[in-house]
Design a protein around this ligand. Structure first.
Ligand SMILES: Cc1cc2nc3c(=O)[nH]c(=O)nc-3n(C[C@H](O)[C@H](O)[C@H](O)COP(=O)(O)OP(=O)(O)OC[C@H]3O[C@@H](n4cnc5c(N)ncnc54)[C@H](O)[C@@H]3O)c2cc1C
Length: 513
């Protein structure tokens, strides 16, 4: 077998790269280890006998540029959430209603006793919005240098706050209230095991990718679930002539920089001019027979998928659960509590109060439920738990998962007026509809190294960070001139964005010119 381009892995980024290259006339093969494409961007009917298509791993879209949807002619859309977030606090809580500033201001005043925090919030997110407008369009262009990006941002205070000083300094200077500080900080911790004052600034990089998407930082619900995005991409790739080998793993890559040969798990070999790797840099090192990057990536989250008979009632009687669960529902995410949970997890313990956030996607997009389930008032519920590093699960994977799940749900129950368990639907065998995924599960099921949702810690969106400087104009190069990263581990990869897929395709096409 011989192809012009072989893509190793059919995650959403591999599909984006394949579709661009096939549309440019390349003969492309996508080799995917699993039986279905999509990687961490898939929907599934997780509970037997119940037609609810849950976004099993990733669930919200922010970083996907409109350009990729348009270029590839994807039939895919997202829906904006009206409620940005809800954070219960005692018998009250803070609701951030994106479409009703007066209501949000009143909520801040009730929680914090004055307008000060709301005004600080408005100023802070005006700053991130400005940075988003400057940075987001660059993600699908050749890498800017650090100086070029700083010039584009053209706001020394914002640059210093986001790119130079540990985010904790900025958060503490801007906000006084622990709950408000915590809500802001969570964007720095999703998928990143770190704390507010980490001198490596990995919390700042994580925060940056959480506030620049689409030039606004909005996180939207994919209509039809995350699988609808992957399906649209696979359709576009197929229509452009891409070949697929699913249920097949690439077990080795040999390259002399001009031609490459890939070995497959079924014993066949494939020759290729260019190889695009959607697997992680950690996996790529293994495929090339090179030393693995140190330290190995480590994921730090617990993902829980649930189907409910009905939404639970809240202790805070002033808010309708249909509003509270429509946005991001923050649990045990106060600023001081996040630090304590980090320290406990870093010391190898299950945090006493594991932080998490919850989302009910069926409130924004009922199409993921069959009309029958929707008619019964059923809802999906997704929980993303923070500070659950893979190391906690190593000795006793099942026992530790149970312990983290129990401790996490106890935090949720503490803000509900009834136990969550009472609201869980039952599957065809009478089992409660709840599944939990530890980082070890994610490594085994999706191939995320150590369960790291971004394949490795996120990078700054500018050139010159890689010591070997092999990443090239597009941030996708490797030590071989014809082997490229096209997945989350590339510079500007991470999240459901298609960006590294697009950029790897551009690098290949540019080379050919
Ligand atoms: C629980 C969870 C929640 C998340 N939530 C969000 C969210 O809401 N929004 C968001 O933007 N991001 C989210 N993310 C992150 C996001 O899903 C990932 O960063 C993104 O999907 C990575 O896409 P990718 O195509 O680069 O790689 P992947 O999705 O990891 O796909 C890589 C593919 O390569 C295949 N593969 C690997 N090695 C081989 C091999 N040797 N041979 C053949 N095939 C191989 C794998 O099987 C896989 O299909 C979440 C991730 C997780 C796990």
């Amino acid at each position: 077998m011989a192809y012009e381009v072989v893509v190793v892995g059919g995650g959403h980024n591999g599909l984006v790269a394949a579709a661009y290259l096939a549309r440019a006339g390349r003969k492309v093969l996508v080799v995917e280890r699993l039986d279905a494409v999509g990687g961490a961007a898939v929907s599934t009917r997780a509970f037997s006998g119940l037609d609810a298509r849950l976004s099993r791993y990733s669930y919200l879209v922010s970083l996907l540029p409109r350009k990729i949807v348009d270029d590839l002619g994807l039939s895919f859309a997202v829906r904006r959430r009206r409620i940005s977030s809800y954070t219960p606090q005692g018998d009250g809580g803070l609701l951030v209603d994106a479409q009703d500033p007066a209501r949000t201001r009143a909520g801040f005043a009730r929680l914090t006793g004055s307008d000060r925090e709301y005004e600080a919030w408005e100023r802070f997110y005006a700053m991130t919005h400005h940075v988003a407008q400057a940075v987001f369009p660059t993600l699908t262009q050749p890498l800017p240098t650090r100086a070029e990006l700083e010039r584009r941002v053209a706001d020394p205070a914002a640059w210093s706050a986001l790119f130079e000083r540990p985010l904790g300094e900025t958060v503490e200077a801007a906000f006084a209230d622990d709950t408000v500080r915590g809500i802001v900080l969570t964007d720095a911790l999703i998928g990143t095991f770190t704390h507010a004052h980490d001198p490596s600034l990995r919390q700042n990089r994580c925060f940056l990718y959480h506030v620049i998407g689409g030039g606004t930082g909005d996180w939207d619900v994919p209509l039809g679930g995350m699988g609808a995005f992957t399906d649209a991409l696979a359709d576009a790739a197929r229509a452009a002539g891409v070949d697929f080998a699913t249920g097949t793993e690439v077990t080795g890559i040999e390259s002399d920089g001009v031609r490459a040969e890939l070995t497959l798990s079924d014993g066949r070999t494939v020759a290729a001019r260019d190889v695009l790797v959607n697997a992680s840099p950690y996996a790529l090192a293994g495929l090339l027979g090179e030393p693995r990057p140190e330290p190995a990536p480590e994921g730090a989250q617990l993902k829980v998928n649930m189907l409910l008979r009905r939404l639970p009632r809240l202790r805070d009687a002033s808010v309708d659960p249909r509003e509270a669960f429509a946005g991001t529902f923050h649990i045990a995410e106060g600023y001081a509590g996040l630090q304590t949970a980090y320290e406990q997890a870093a010391a190898g313990r299950v945090p006493d109060a594991p932080p998490s956030e919850i989302y009910c996607h069926s409130l924004t997009d009922p199409s993921i439920l069959s009309p029958d389930l929707a008619g019964q008032g059923m809802h999906t519920l997704t929980l993303f738990g923070l500070h659950a590093p893979a190391r906690l699960f190593a000795a006793d994977p099942a026992g530790a998962k149970e312990a983290v799940l129990r401790a996490t749900l106890a935090q949720l129950d503490a803000v509900l007026a009834e136990p969550l368990e009472n609201c869980l639907a039952l599957d065809a065998a009478g089992r409660p509809c709840i599944e939990a995924k530890s980082p070890l599960d994610l490594e085994r099921e999706v191939g995320l190294p150590g369960g790291h949702i971004f394949h490795r810690d996120l990078s700054w969106p500018y050139a010159g960070q890689d010591v070997t400087d092999a990443t090239g104009r597009w941030g996708v190069g490797t030590s071989y001139a014809n082997v490229y990263l096209c997945g989350a581990g590339a510079i500007r990869g991470g999240g459901v964005s298609g960006v590294p897929g697009h950029n790897a395709a551009m690098a290949v096409l540019e080379k050919a010119r």
